[in-house]
Design a protein around this ligand. Structure first.
Ligand SMILES: CC(C)(COP(=O)(O)OP(=O)(O)OC[C@H]1O[C@@H](n2cnc3c(N)ncnc32)[C@H](O)[C@@H]1OP(=O)(O)O)[C@@H](O)C(=O)NCCC(=O)NCCS
Length: 197
């Protein structure tokens, strides 16, 4: 299967993500376009969406079905949330003198899951990140996000830190990362076409 991937600019991408996240029942706190623009406005980022045809549409209309947003994570952040993230990971990730990419948000609409869209977005991100000189990509999830944990396992992310929740282990945080070597790129399997929105 050839995956159709579109790279977005910040303004257009932020609106598309706000829109696509409306179709995810499992995210209680959906990101707004304003929040996305504030986070990404002064940093290196990549917004990608995979598009696929609507199953019952005779016109073959193509819609965004999967998305992924990654951004740089600096050793010395001023944004409180990102500064907190870096502080939590100082014992697990080497930040100084290395380029770290944070895989912030992403997902695939339920009707299109299991078709390789998220792998395609992940592999396209890794190609971009490797050529931009990133050393490692980091992602955070929770114990209870079993689909995401299974997927990250298949995509060969390694657990670098586990933060137990005090009362509910399903809420415990799991941090994973992947070092971006050329071997990683050689291991890619998806077929993709990239266009710019
Ligand atoms: C996790 C998620 C993004 C996967 O998207 P997807 O488009 O279905 O993933 P893909 O089809 O590209 O699968 C990629 C690989 O992961 C594997 N995989 C997918 N879902 C899996 C699951 N639930 N358990 C185990 N492995 C899984 C696939 O088999 C595939 O491996 P392969 O390429 O070797 O065959 C999607 O299920 C989702 O959006 N879930 C909800 C999001 C979520 O939980 N977010 C929590 C915040 S972190």
């Amino acid at each position: 299967m050839e995956h159709l991937i579109k790279q977005y600019t910040l303004d257009a991408g932020a609106l598309e993500i706000q829109y696509i996240e409306e179709s995810f029942g499992e995210f209680p706190r959906k990101k707004t376009a304003t929040e996305i623009m504030r986070r990404l406005g002064d940093r290196d980022f990549l917004i990608l969406m995979a598009e696929a045809p609507l199953s019952d549409d005779p016109m073959g209309t193509v819609v965004p079905v999967s998305f992924k947003v990654v951004h740089e994570l600096r050793a010395h952040e001023t944004d409180p949330k990102l500064a907190d993230l870096v502080a939590r990971l100082r014992d697990a990730i080497e930040f100084e003198g290395r380029k770290i990419l944070y895989s912030w948000i992403g997902g695939t609409r339920s009707d299109w899951r299991g078709q390789g869209h998220f792998r395609a977005l992940t592999e396209e991100t890794e190609v971009w990140a490797h050529s931009a000189g990133y050393h490692e990509v980091l992602v955070k999830t929770k114990n209870r996000f079993y689909d995401m944990r299974g997927t990250l396992d298949t995509l060969e992310f390694d657990v670098v830190k586990f933060e137990p929740h005090q009362t509910d282990n399903r809420e415990s945080k799991v941090y994973l990362s992947k070092r971006l070597t050329s071997d990683v790129l050689r291991g890619h399997t998806s077929r993709r076409t990239l266009t710019r929105a």
